[in-house]
Design a protein around this ligand. Sequence first.
Ligand SMILES: [Zn+2]
Length: 450
Amino acid sequence: MPAKIFREVEEEVTSFLSQLIRIDTTNPPGNETAAAKYVAETLEHDGFRCELFESQPRRGSVVTRLKGEGGGPTLLLLSHLDVVAANPREWSVDPFGGVVKNGFVWGRGALDMKGMTAVEIMVLKLLKRNHVKLKGDVVLAATADEERGGDGGAGWLVKNHPDKVYANYVLNEGAGMAMKIDGENIFTINSAEKGIMWFKVKASGTPGHGSIPGAADNAILRMNKVIDKLSSLHPEISLVPTVKQYISELSKRKSFRELSVILQNPGQSDQVLDKLAQKEKYLAEELRARIRMTVTPTIIHGGVKENIIPSECEAVFDCRVLPGQRPVEELNEIKQILEEAGLQKLSFETIQANDPTESPLNTPLYETIVNVLKEFEPKCGSIPVMLTGGTDSRFFRKMGSVCYGFHPVRPETSYSEMQHTIHGVDERISTENLVFGTSVLYNIVERFLT
Ligand SMILES: [Zn+2]
């Protein structure tokens, strides 16, 4: 069955995205209800019945369902409607103007992730217009609050209306963009994400005059040792299935052949990555963070006056744990390491802890994604990736859904250049990629559910 390309939807999906970008859903405060209503309105034009849910006033998420005939799994097309802030002075166009020029839709959210919302809605409409007989249901949810953790959006829906959004399989953001390696497009499929452990350490001491340091016990110096100890940790290397497969796929390509050493001898990972960092800094450091837990200080406060030795110093650490690790247990281990280093007068506070999640790779949906991509580009590859950050997928993986981040995008500039516009400046997606994304996703859903 050859893959279908839907060139005829270019104008429809482009103008929908342009309108959606014009609804400013910068979070905070979010105001996603306006966008959710717009999504509902456009779906209702095609005869869909939508439900709007507000976790709080103006924090709306919208859900709709295309019923299947039964006998197949349920697939959720998930996206979030909120975006991060954009400073118009830094942009070359109005970030909330929905500008369409030079073949691109420009604006905050074009890639993260109103572009995928537009693609998912287009796919749902096409399935209905084409009277495709699906075995399972396709659910669409466009939600609030992802950029601030999702507790007022996807997390809220999962908790309060699980029957509305539960699905055996979920497609969401997190990957899909192809990396160009040795002239070949390698499409990324997100199948895992690290867990979060944000914690605060408070170091205490004894105050004194800044002119006689020896008579006091300086909390800043104590915190200095804590930071030193935690920054020089070398947590154990662990290759989870997603990362193993990622390294194995990369090392099949000429430019990354040396990565196979990591699979054979994980103990040499740092030497291999140090070398790789000389030519591919970002990729090397990203991979380093994918093979072990990381701990890094992100906020520090201490002292009030030039000549007072402080008795308190606080620091916040951003710790990310691998699938298989438990945030709370890792924090306990960190406490023990500091204690063993002889560091006393410390107290700890957990700010946020989310479990890591991973979906298996040997599923019919994963296989369908890989096969459909091959039909569009016989020479392309696909590669599973673990995110070092988080998405709403974690709420669904915890419910037992198999969840992949996959918004198919062909590289137009370099991979890292495109990545930099996300949460950055001049975020944009080409109309070509909107057609490509719609076509790939349509074929996946059709193939998977018929
Ligand atoms: Zn996002």
